[in-house]
Design a protein around this ligand. Structure first.
Ligand SMILES: [Zn+2]
Length: 602
């Protein structure tokens, strides 16, 4: 009322300036914002060292938290303006520990990883188990086949389908055909899903039980046929293997097991210091089921993760047609502090691990160029355009140099058609990049999320097919950092086990995990500080949640990774061995010791 009178009076006195003055009066009104909810109880965590990832206050020793958010960071004395005013509890359980922002996994498939890590395993490398001994790995095709037979023999009902996961065609040297898999069982439908997630093999019982005929699959690319035109059991790339999952998924994925699977990956990630994970192909299994689960999981007191689902365009288009974009946008209505829908995903080419990624001249050493799952830049841009125009943050799965070039060229086409600021187009994986590609990525304002297992686990396996040079400079982090491209690093779980500190170790040392620990393209190594940015603030930026997580700053979620030592001060070779003691999510302390066994999912 007072403001109203004030306005009238001014209008009478200075008519010529009335528009300017009334503008001022409204401004006065706007300067009177609503107050934020009152701070209730403050917890101040005191640590030996807090590494904030905020350049203004890079190091601290105390962080005050209330209602799940960070209030202030500095020394304990610096907290006084807050602690003098509100009831406060000082928590000294981390007094000898180092606190980092909770690690952010920018590219994983938490649900799929939880399901697959819980299935019978055939991985060549050891696979950690949050609740017990690691799977030791199987090294050869015969070892994999006898392991598969053992898994089958252990199931009573001889016709119950079996899904095994983690076979590695490059490590084991051969694509298993249906006759080989028939050795494991002639009655039980068996599906073997390869470690990259891009290749699937089935036995004769599977083909028979689900009545799969060459006729029925003739329009699906990637279905393997033998010289007689009969199915050879191979289903290569996403459309082909989604066909199998649609047929048999309901018999293999039991709804009762899925909460446990989610808890499994939750605990594996928690033990690795992760507090936020992207889910980079939401909807690829089943849109309704995943929606329900994501909601249940992120409202459960047992879960210790924030999930950032990135919808996979294909199943949305298939299910909703013209309404796909609208339906994907509607998912944001479910957003809460722990579930944040963000962006859309497309595939540019095949997988790095099974050597199906699309290569540019000179191609693979054997003269091939990679999988047929590949579009021209024009087609690719055309498929993405409606989502681009709707303002989506687009994530591209992109591996081979041709795949990467296409991803970049498609971005150029979309920018030419409809320029956008802060589009944050994200090249995921970035297997074989050239220097020119990095320069173009910088020019076009794209960002990169790179898979570090391409060095640590794969360089040794892939160099015979790629040549030493290209296998060595996979991911090119050094060039990306020096070019000023925002870069994060990821596990792509289930492709490799989630472990941000191991990824940082790889980024810094460029070493592999094999016994001699060869160093691959050392000139592409980055500093430990840059590597730590790649698993915190840069990873948050890649997912579009840098305003919420990724650094320890006032107003952000109180999400921390509590470590025994600072990766920036231990010898570089020890970074992967730094122990995670606990995570803190929204101020809630979760000691690693508490996630070492399964618990009821509430
Ligand atoms: Zn992925």
């Amino acid at each position: 009322m007072r403001k109203f009178k004030f306005k009238i009076k001014l209008n009478i006195i200075c008519i010529g300036l009335c528009s300017l003055v009334t503008g001022t009066a409204y401004a006065v009104q706007l300067l009177d914002p609503p107050s934020t909810p009152k701070v209730t109880n403050i917890t101040v965590f005191v640590a030996k060292k807090i590494v904030t990832m905020d350049p203004a206050i890079p190091n601290a020793t105390a962080v005050a938290v209330a209602d799940g958010r960070i209030l202030s960071v500095g020394s304990l004395a610096d907290m006084k303006p807050w602690t003098d005013k509100y009831p406060t509890q000082i928590n000294r359980e981390f007094a000898n520990k180092v606190i980092y922002p909770g690690f952010v996994e920018p590219h994983a498939h938490p649900l799929l990883a939880g399901i697959l890590f819980n299935k019978p395993l055939l991985t060549p490398s050891p696979m950690p188990n949050p609740w017990g001994a690691a799977f030791p790995g199987v090294a050869t095709l015969p070892a994999a086949l006898s392991q598969l037979k053992k898994y089958s023999d252990d199931i009573k009902d001889p016709t119950k389908p079996l899904l095994a996961w983690g076979y590695d065609v490059v490590a084991m040297g051969k694509v298993p055909d249906r006759q080989m898999l028939d050795q494991a069982s002639s009655t039980r439908p068996i599906i073997v899903w390869d470690i990259s997630g891009h290749d699937m093999y089935v036995n004769s019982a599977m083909i028979k039980a689900y009545d799969i005929t060459p006729e029925k699959v003739k329009s699906i690319p990637g279905v393997g046929l033998d010289e007689n035109g009969q199915l050879n059991g191979r289903f290569l790339e996403i459309p082909a293997l989604m066909f199998i999952m649609k047929l048999a998924g309901k018999d293999i994925l039991s709804a009762n097991e899925i909460p446990r699977d989610y808890l499994y990956i939750n605990d594996l990630m928690q033990q690795a210091g992760i507090t936020t994970s992207g889910d980079l192909a939401f909807g690829s299994l089943n849109i309704e089921m995943e929606t329900k689960l994501a909601k249940a999981f992120t409202s459960s007191a047992v879960g210790d993760l924030r999930i950032v689902p990135v919808v996979y365009a294909e199943p949305f288009i298939e299910k909703y047609g013209d309404k796909a974009i609208q339906e994907a946008q509607n998912l944001s209505q479910m957003d809460n502090d722990r579930l944040i829908f963000q962006g859309v995903k497309f595939y540019s080419d095949g997988g790095y691990l099974p050597e199906t990624m699309r290569m540019e001249n000179p191609g693979y050493v054997d003269g091939s160029l990679g999988s047929s799952n590949y579009k021209t830049a024009q087609d690719f841009a055309g498929a993405m355009r409606p989502w681009w125009d709707a303002g989506f943050h687009i994530h591209i799965h992109s591996n081979g140099d041709k795949g990467n070039q296409n991803s970049v060229n498609a971005l150029q086409l979309m920018l030419d058609a409809k320029p956008r600021f802060d589009h944050r187009y994200t090249i995921n994986h970035f297997g074989i990049p050239s220097t020119a590609m990095v320069m173009k990525i910088k020019t076009l304002g794209a960002v990169v999320s790179a898979n570090m297992s391409y060095i640590s686990e794969r360089a040794e396996l892939e160099y015979p097919a790629l040549g030493m040079d290209r296998a060595s400079y996979a991911t090119r982090l050094g060039t990306l950092v020096r070019s000023g491209v925002v870069t994060s690093i990821h596990s792509d779980a289930p492709v490799s086990a989630p472990s941000p500190l191991k990824e940082a170790w790889t980024a810094v040392t460029r070493k592999d995990v094999y016994k001699d620990g060869k160093v691959w393209a050392p000139a592409e190594a980055v500093t430990v500080q840059d590597a730590m940015k790649m698993i915190t603030i840069n990873a948050a930026y890649t997912l579009g949640v840098e305003d919420k997580v990724g650094s320890i700053e006032a107003g952000k979620f109180a999400d921390f990774a509590v470590l025994d030592q600072d990766p920036q001060t231990v010898p570089a070779l020890k970074i992967k061995d730094v122990a995670v003691f606990a995570t803190v999510i929204g101020g809630k302390v979760v000691p690693v010791s508490e996630t070492k066994k399964p618990r009821p999912f509430r």
